[in-house]
Design a binder for this molecule. Structure first.
Ligand SMILES: NC(=O)c1ccc[n+]([C@@H]2O[C@H](COP(=O)([O-])OP(=O)(O)OC[C@H]3O[C@@H](n4cnc5c(N)ncnc54)[C@H](OP(=O)(O)O)[C@@H]3O)[C@@H](O)[C@H]2O)c1
Length: 350
């Protein structure tokens, strides 16, 4: 069978690295990946080190990509505020496409990973469950400008585009990336070791609100489906696990994964709580013979503080993806059990 060739921008990240591994495991894809630092899975990817903020860096390093059939854009830079975040990410995407498109004559598809910030989840209450044809939030997140740039390049060309819009993406990821599961895994391990209850560190509103998660394995399969199934061409799709949950109902299950009692709500900043716990973590790593990790590079504590304080509903409709042909779902409780099991198998937690 003819091999497809993927070019993944942001290949070392949470979503990009899992996508690279998934495509490689199908046996039908060669994977080229771009990021500044070398990804953990460098052996399965042809890695191109380049800085997407610099057009010159991309121009000189993005070579031998003439066979690329599919682009997956998953790069992300967080800014000190949303204005800076929008500027950085819009610039990275423009620089990347402006160099990559002319160099990829066999291109069939450009997939851009978006998220529920399209609807304004980061700003406050939004219409739920979100539908793909709901208007983007105001002020728009950088996904809008990125999408406009894809449309500009697509004009007069034969390739198609698609986007997926997940919520909190859950799975293994290397480094303190936005990742709900590393937060839960390390926090749960820490509380157990300190013999403290598994407190819910967020506020009362977040405890009660409806939210959802997106298993990275489902997301990766949806990204592949959207990029290869003709029915999905030139469409955006919400992608989640297929169910929603409230922390107040899921928390006892998460506590049980660490052999802990679910604690009551104890609103606190995990950035502050963890600030003096590096020694505790190092002791756990040493005692349990875990993979060497740094408490502050392993889990994103400032992200944790935001995710446990967004006290409004966060819910998508997956009816469109379902109608167009993507029907995979997973129960979020089962997903949490499996992913915490994966972290244990990798010796990230005991
Ligand atoms: N994680 C989630 O829970 C989640 C949820 C919803 C939506 N999303 C969306 O999914 C997309 C991917 O997110 P993610 O969480 O996977 O991001 P991530 O883990 O932070 O990964 C970002 C990737 O981009 C690369 N990158 C950043 N700046 C770069 C630069 N200047 N030049 C080259 N590469 C650069 C990083 O590598 P280097 O730093 O080595 O360069 C890394 O490989 C984003 O659009 C995000 O909004 C994520």
């Amino acid at each position: 069978m003819k091999k497809n060739v993927a070019l993944i921008a942001g290949v070392g990240g949470m979503c990009g690295s899992n996508m690279a591994r998934f495509l490689h495991q199908t046996g039908e894809w060669d994977v080229i990946g771009i990021s500044r630092s070398r990804p953990e899975d460098a052996d399965i990817v042809r890695h191109i080190a380049a800085d997407l903020l610099s057009a010159e860096s991309i121009e000189s390093n993005l070579t031998d990509v003439g066979d690329v059939t599919h682009i997956f854009y998953t790069a992300l830079l967080t800014g000190k505020d949303f204005t800076e975040e929008n500027e950085l990410n819009t610039r990275m995407m423009r620089n990347f496409l402006d160099v990559a498109i002319p160099k990829t004559p066999r291109l069939e598809h450009v997939h851009v990973l978006e998220g529920v910030k399209h609807y304004g989840y980061h700003l406050g209450e939004y219409r739920t469950p979100a539908r793909e044809d709901d208007p983007p939030c105001v002020p728009a997140y950088f996904y809008e400008a990125q999408h406009a740039h894809v449309l500009k390049w697509q004009k007069g060309r034969s390739w198609n585009w698609s986007t997926t819009r997940p919520g909190a993406v859950c799975g293994y990821g290397n480094g303190a990336r936005i990742n709900l599961m590393t937060v839960l895994a390390v926090y749960g391990t820490m509380m157990k070791s300190l013999k403290l209850p598994f407190y819910f560190p967020g506020d009362d509103q977040t405890w009660n609100a409806i939210t959802f998660a997106s298993d990275v394995r489902i997301l990766n399969r949806a990204m592949l489906w959207a990029s290869t199934d003709p029915r999905a061409a030139n469409q955006a799709f919400n992608i989640g696990n297929g169910n929603s949950f409230r922390w107040k109902h899921l928390w006892p299950h998460v506590a049980s994964l660490f052999g802990s009692e679910p604690g009551p709500i104890k609103t606190m900043s995990l950035v502050e709580f963890m600030s003096d716990k590096a020694g505790v973590w190092n002791d756990i790593v040493h005692r349990e013979k875990l993979k060497q990790t740094d408490l502050f590079k392993l889990a994103p504590w400032s992200y944790a503080d935001t995710v446990f304080s967004r006290g409004w509903d966060n819910m998508i409709s997956m009816v469109k993806a379902n109608r167009f042909g993507f029907t995979e779902i997973i129960d979020t409780q089962d997903m949490m059990t499996e992913i915490i099991g994966d972290f244990r198998a990798r010796r990230v937690i005991p």
